[in-house]
Write a protein that binds this ligand. Structure first.
Ligand SMILES: Cc1cc2nc3c(=O)[nH]c(=O)nc-3n(C[C@H](O)[C@H](O)[C@H](O)COP(=O)(O)OP(=O)(O)OC[C@H]3O[C@@H](n4cnc5c(N)ncnc54)[C@H](O)[C@@H]3O)c2cc1C
Length: 470
């Protein structure tokens, strides 16, 4: 069933087993899965069926630190959420991604890959992919071929609209913006919502799940914490801290055997990451055009003419090609990278706008530099090619500002862990110290791997559904 709070009676009260706030990839997955188990679900979406200025304006925020995207266009605020413009790249976590305790003890998840694996097939179906990544074995250098899968990309609002509408168990409420909660005895007793024209709605449920995206989950928790007089959300919780992205940059140009660019994507083994004390990194070797290759060859002619002649011959025989090396890599979870509430600006509901503090760390730079060195060494040892890394990669020069910068992957802020001082939710995504408040989405990631976040978001949502039913 679908309601629109804009046209709904004022001051209504609804009851359900589970109230989910936010209808993007996480919220819709969770609602549909819970409905299968007979749970009565209210799914409250802040936006409507399409983009609107009123809703989108709630996403305006300030970024402090490294160059980043405007927060009001780096995510979408209507049914289906940011999946209304995601690109569909899918990959799941590797085992090593759950344990970065060799960097700091708190960078270890309380769950492992085997806790998410049982949900991979179903998550694949939801995202319309076959989730087999066919990663090859790593050789002694640690380099291994890895795979991605591409969702059509699934637009959750469009794809699952009819199922939501037809469900007897789900009540989807559009234009319902969470503005406050009431709590007693460590549990939320009610959640209050408002529409843009001022209609109020109160929902009383047994359990509440915040699924508002990788920035908004932190922002709303900070807001609720600042409002709750009864101390429901402890002030020691690092809400908003350890926020992460995946830096995305062009690393340099290369001549490689065509088999290297045909395989296209590469990773580094967990063992080598651990030995080198670096984070995870994914490489993409993209063949460049004939004109770009000729230019690269001309540059090589100036410094190594004999080698350039040899390469030119192999290019003619189509054994070698010009390529560019790109990477998306894992960022260190740093406490100061954080979501905060603005002390100046408020949205139309009077909730402080978001301030995002984001800087890449020394370890972020060391990870990419070391990873490029390992990849180049692998090419050379196997006589598969050579990379000419961009100067900034190997030096202390700043990052380029005219590149992709990052992946629009908003992770951390309500990270998972067992210690209240370094994490916000436990291994079941329940907010520490509360009886019935849960978080879904990539804000619960303790560390981020280098993989795109949406497949694990859906795996985690399916796992959370099982837990909530239990
Ligand atoms: C350009 C772009 C490309 C991307 N490409 C990829 C990719 O290739 N692969 C990949 O894995 N990921 C990609 N992503 C990221 C991907 O879109 C997100 O990981 C995914 O959408 C997150 O799902 P979510 O449900 O956690 O959050 P969202 O999809 O953002 O959903 C959150 C929902 O909560 C609602 N909401 C917010 N505040 C409130 C409130 N106060 N009250 C009620 N409801 C509220 C919002 O309206 C929204 O519907 C991309 C993102 C962008 C922007």
């Amino acid at each position: 069933m679908i309601r629109d709070l804009e046209t709904h009676e004022n001051d209504a009260q609804l009851e359900s087993d589970i109230c989910i706030i936010g209808a993007g990839a996480a919220g819709i997955t969770l609602a549909l899965q819970l409905a299968k188990s007979g749970q009565k679900v209210t799914l409250c979406e802040g936006g409507g069926l399409d983009q609107s200025d009123a809703s989108q304006s709630c996403y305006i925020g300030e970024v402090r630190g490294d160059p980043y995207f405007g927060l009001d266009w780096a995510r979408l605020r209507y049914l289906g959420g940011t999946t209304n413009h995601w690109s569909g790249w899918c990959r799941t976590f590797e085992s090593i991604d759950f344990d970065r305790s060799y960097i700091a003890p708190e960078h270890k998840w309380p769950i492992t890959k085997s806790d998410l694996d049982p949900f991979l097939e179903d998550a694949g179906q939801i995202l319309e992919i076959t989730p087999d990544f066919n990663d090859g074995p790593a050789d002694a250098s640690g380099i291994k071929p890895i795979g991605y899968r591409f969702s059509p990309p699934t637009r959750f609002g469009e794809k699952y609209f009819e199922q939501l509408k037809a469900s007897q168990q789900i009540e989807l409420v559009l234009n319902a913006n969470l503005i406050a909660t009431e709590s007693a005895g460590g549990a939320i007793s009610a959640a209050r919502f408002k529409s843009y024209s001022g209609t109020d709605l109160t929902i009383r449920a047994k359990k509440y799940v915040l699924a508002m995206g990788g920035i908004e989950n932190s922002r709303m928790l900070l807001w609720l914490q600042s409002q709750a007089g009864d101390g429901l959300l402890k002030t020691t919780l690092p809400i908003g801290n350890y926020w992460m992205e995946h830096p995305h940059f062009l690393l340099g140009m290369a001549f490689v055997e065509t088999e290297v660019s045909n395989q296209w994507t590469y990773g580094i083994s967990g063992e080598v990451q651990r030995n080198e004390k670096i984070l995870n990194c994914g490489f993409r070797v993209d063949e460049i055009s004939k004109e770009e290759t000729e230019k690269l060859l001309a540059d090589l002619q100036c410094v190594a003419p004999a080698y350039a002649d040899r390469i030119a011959g192999m290019i003619d025989e189509q054994k070698v090609c010009g390529a560019q090396l790109r990477s998306a890599w894992e960022q260190e979870p740093v406490r100061s990278n954080s979501v905060e509430l603005s002390t100046q600006e408020k949205d139309i509901f009077g909730i402080p706008r978001v301030v995002l503090n984001w800087k890449k760390s020394t370890l972020d730079k060391r990870t990419i530099r070391k990873s490029v060195e390992i990849f180049n060494q692998w090419l050379m040892d196997n006589d598969l090619g050579r990379i000419k890394p961009d100067t900034w990669v190997l030096s202390t020069d700043p990052y380029p500002t005219d590149d992709e910068l990052a992946g629009f992957h908003h992770m951390g802020g309500t990270r998972m862990g067992s210690d209240h001082k370094t994490s916000v939710v436990d291994g079941n995504c329940k907010v520490h110290g509360t009886a019935n408040m849960y978080v879904a989405g990539s804000s619960v990631f303790t560390t981020s791997g280098h993989n795109n976040p949406t497949l694990p978001i859906v795996q985690l949502a399916l796992r959370l559904a099982d837990h909530l039913v239990e």
